[in-house]
Design a protein around this ligand. Sequence first.
Ligand code: CU
Length: 142
Amino acid sequence: MRANGVVLGVVALLAVTASACSSSSPKAGSSPTTNTPASGRAGSPTPVLNQRINITNFAFTPARLTIRTNTTVIWYQQGPAEHTVTSGTDDATTGTTKPDGKFSSGTLKVGSTFSKTFSQPGAYNYYCSIHPKQMSALIVVE
Ligand SMILES: [Cu+2]
C-alpha cells in the first residue's frame, strides 16, 4: 500500500527534525557573560573596608575622602561642641545648605560615633547642620 509508505516517511521526517532541534539547543542558555570583570584591579592592595573621619575643632578631617564602594565610614565626634553629619549640598555663594536625605546622624554628643556604608558610586557632600558655614566636607565613592 502506498499510503503506508507516505505515513512512514512523514514520521521519519518528524523524528529527524525533532532530533535536530534537540541536538542544537543545549548551548542556547549557556552563552558566556562577558560584562562582569573577574578581578577589579590586579596588584592593588587589599581594599580597606573601614575609613575613619575625625570631627574635632569644628572640622571634618579629612575634609575630602575617596573610598571604594562598600566601604564603611565612621565619624568620631571628639568635640568640643555637638555636631551632626548631614548629607546635602553646600552653596558657598548664598551660604545655605540643603539636606538631601541620603544620611543624617542627628546631633552627635562628644565621644559618640556615626557610621554609614557607601554601596553606590558618586560624590556625597555633607555638612554639620549646627555649624554649616564652618563645617562641610566631601566623600567620593569610586
Ligand atoms: Cu558642628
